[in-house]
Design a protein around this ligand. Structure first.
Ligand SMILES: Cc1cc2nc3c(=O)[nH]c(=O)nc-3n(C[C@H](O)[C@H](O)[C@H](O)COP(=O)(O)O)c2cc1C
Length: 284
């Protein structure tokens, strides 16, 4: 895809080009009216929401499913207040992480930062009403266009490998098997620039989170606004992940420094034009 790396680099840092792109994508009143109208009757997509969210898995998973059993109980109301958690939240350097995650920690983290919290009755033309599962984070137009994938590395109780968190079905679906640390490092530039310390960066990480935006449905409804909605939704999820990690006394660190092409190859979505990894987080 890259034909001329030098030209590519210059365009990447050309503010005039970037400015044009910002103008093209902003939600101006005219553009909103003309372009952000729904392109078709969207109610049928609501009918197929559950089916469509499975498409991530259909494209790559080998059908191994591991239940994420955690459910909300009174114990979830942590003694620490939200103010303490906000104050305590930090992006912990990777060398300070302690690689002590258990599967129970992960179940708690996934359920409380990206799981289902409520059922809502939704009405639409073809069917009088249907229950829709609402999650612990907000989503533009209820699209839930962000898919949460993770690589488990030394999490006690969960085999190493790549997984997709299916919030609707409360389980992890396996996407791929164990990788060596050298293979995992191929996905991130951090170790490329410091060859001396190779493997040190990664050795304290228990979980690598990958937030993948799927534009297949959201683009049909929102056009180019879908891009911003995807970014914002990923930000909400990432914030939850950091706050819940803090609340359960575990470490986390958000990372935009990753090679999207290599991550997407690992996730088996490189050839899927709708799905793009926008954000990663490390837990450890
Ligand atoms: C969108 C985003 C991307 C980030 N990407 C990286 C990254 O690639 N590498 C890194 O070391 N830290 C990254 N960080 C973490 C920031 O460096 C960190 O949030 C900042 O230093 C403030 O520290 P705090 O999170 O502990 O408050 C990222 C943070 C955000 C919000």
């Amino acid at each position: 895809m890259i034909h001329n790396p030098i030209k590519d680099h210059l365009e990447f840092f050309d503010f005039e080009l970037f400015y044009e792109r910002l103008l093209e994508d902003e939600s101006r009143s005219q553009a909103w009216r003309l372009h952000h109208l729904r392109q078709e009757d969207f109610s049928k997509h609501i009918m197929h929401r559950k089916k469509l969210t499975k498409s991530f898995v259909e494209k790559g998973a080998n059908e191994t499913e591991i239940p994420v059993k955690y459910s909300f109980t009174e114990d979830d109301f942590f003694e620490t207040s939200i103010l303490d958690i906000l104050h305590k939240r930090r992006s912990i350097p990777l060398y300070e992480m302690s690689n002590n995650w258990t599967y129970q920690d992960l179940e708690k983290l996934l359920s409380l930062s990206a799981g289902i919290s409520h059922q809502k009755q939704e009405s639409h033309k073809e069917n009088k009403s249907e229950d829709t599962a609402l999650r612990v984070y907000p989503s533009g137009g209820l699209m839930y266009s962000v898919n949460l994938c993770l690589y488990s590395r030394n999490v006690s109780g969960l085999p190493d490998g790549m997984y997709y968190y299916d919030a609707n079905q409360s389980n992890l679906k396996k996407l791929g098997g164990a990788r060596t640390d050298a293979e995992l490092e191929e996905m991130f530039p951090m170790t490329d620039f410091n060859l001396e310390s190779k493997t040190k960066e990664i050795e304290n990480i228990s979980v690598m989170m990958f937030l993948v935006v799927d534009f297949e449905r959201s683009f049909q409804k929102y056009g180019r606004l879908a891009y911003r909605l995807g970014l914002l939704e990923a930000g909400h999820i990432a914030q939850n992940i950091q706050l819940i990690s803090t609340a359960i006394n575990r470490n986390s660190h958000p990372y935009c420094g990753f090679y999207a092409d290599r991550v997407e190859e690992e996730l088996g979505i490189r050839k899927d034009k709708y799905k793009h990894c926008f954000y990663t987080l490390f837990l450890g």
